[in-house]
Ligand binder design. Structure first.
Ligand code: PLP
Length: 415
């Protein structure tokens, strides 16, 4: 039987979905939990929790090193996650998918294995003002060691990348461009296809930080036209300590290993070691096998929901939450991009973000406060911190109402 196209599926049944996430039923400080910190890390459906549990109960062994039954099962779970990720991001080949501990490791792998051997004094890496520190600091570390520089393309007051400026800054010294797909602070969706086209015209490889995109939209690395794409499992329903780097095969073949150890070699002699082909060349040591069993389950869950339905639901929730916040006096929202994922950064006039977050927590509301690992962006907006409500497809309008009421109560306490 053919699967129904997503557009013919009934709208998302949020109560049924919530029943799949055990943690959403708990209370915090005797109040029902309202979990609006999804950009930080997402909650896990039962199928993911059970996949991890089942792995340890029934299949636990190390990967690739054993010919016994359990070793084969563990290897199948781990390699199955690679297949699932390749399918999820539309990679042309599973061998172009390196399994990592998350985006931070994925980007550092590119920094040390791709950029470090290539960059020299006078070269530049181009990034943007809205990046997470994970897409800034590795480039600074590599720049320090090579004499290269890190440049940042500006954004406008709405929190959108000024694409013309980005393109103007793609000068011949730029040897790598690194851009987030979606801002973790503002929700801004960057026009990656256009950026990738401009990079390609100039022969500049493009790395995309997909941490905040993969939980919300279908990813097709071939259609995007980038060279490297990094994702992190824990923001897309999967366990912490899992993630992936996709890279074009031509880059992977030219990259030396970043970590050395077991599982990444073909032959080791003291006269010299022959490394395995990608992806194993980049996967030294024992990985988070149980975590990757959870990644496969998370991807299956997301595919079951379907991104058409998920997106329609989340966009409606974002519009509802934005309007509700705007109705409150003294609220300043950061990030008004035309295309946004469901992330709202804001401040209440006269109140410190951390005080607000602490008091909201006492009302059962989990939001993040602080700089969100994006100091340059805070600097751009001239604030040390914001509050961030980041929504997921298992959140509801009733929770948004509860959140807005909680802000009202907190305001009374603070003012
Ligand atoms: N990039 C972005 C845009 C993020 O939001 C995050 C996490 O907050 C990261 C990178 C780092 O991801 P991880 O800590 O999973 O490596």
């Amino acid at each position: 039987m053919n699967a129904k196209p997503e557009s013919l599926l009934p709208p998302l049944d949020v109560e049924r979905i919530r029943a799949d996430f055990p943690l959403l039923a708990r209370t915090v400080h005797d109040k029902p939990l309202i979990y609006f910190d999804n950009a930080n890390t997402g909650q896990k459906p039962r199928s993911v929790i059970e996949a991890v549990d089942r792995h340890y109960r029934e299949h636990n062994a190390n990967v690739a090193r054993a010919v016994h039954q359990l070793g084969e099962e563990a290897t199948a779970a781990y390699e199955g996650a690679r297949d699932a990720i390749a399918r999820f991001i539309h990679a042309p080949s599973r061998d172009e998918v390196i399994l990592t501990s998350g985006t931070t490791q994925s980007i550092n792998l590119v920094a040390y294995s791709y950029a470090l051997p290539r960059l020299k004094a006078g070269d530049a890496i181009l990034t943007t003002v809205m990046e997470h520190h994970a897409n800034i600091v590795p480039w600074q570390l590599v720049a320090e060691r090579t004499g290269a520089t890190v440049k940042a393309a500006p954004i406008d007051a709405n929190g959108e990348l000024i694409v013309e400026r980005f393109v103007e800054m793609l000068t011949p010294e730029v040897k790598l461009a690194c851009v987030t797909h979606v801002s973790n602070v503002l929700g801004t969706v960057n026009p990656i296809r256009e950026i990738a086209r401009e990079c390609r015209k100039r022969g500049i490889p493009l790395l995309v930080d997909g941490s905040q995109a993969a939980p919300h939209r279908p990813i097709d690395v071939q259609a995007l036209g980038c060279d490297f794409y990094a994702i992190t499992g824990h923001k897309m329903l999967a366990p912490t300590g899992t993630g992936a780097l996709w890279a074009k095969r031509e880059h992977l073949m030219a990259m030396p290993p970043f970590f050395g150890g077991g599982e990444m070699i073909r032959e080791v002699r003291f006269e010299g070691t022959v490394f395995a082909d990608p992806p194993h060349r980049f996967e030294a040591g024992t990985p988070n096998i149980a975590g990757f069993a959870g990644v496969a389950a998370a991807i299956e869950y997301l595919e079951g929901v379907g991104f058409d339905r998920l997106k329609a639901y989340e966009q409606d929730l974002l519009a509802y939450a934005t309007a509700a916040l705007e109705d409150l006096p003294g609220i300043r929202i950061f990030g008004r991009a035309k295309e946004k994922e469901p992330v709202i950064s804001f401040l209440l006039e006269g109140a410190h973000a951390n005080d607000m977050a602490t008091l909201l927590d006492l009302q059962g509301v989990a939001v993040r406060s602080g700089h969100h690992c994006a100091h340059p962006l805070m600097h751009f907006f001239g604030v040390p911190a914001t509050l961030r409500a980041s929504l997921a497809f298992y959140n509801t309008k009733a929770e948004v109402d509860g959140f807005v009421d909680a802000i009202g109560r907190v305001r009374k306490l603070l003012m």
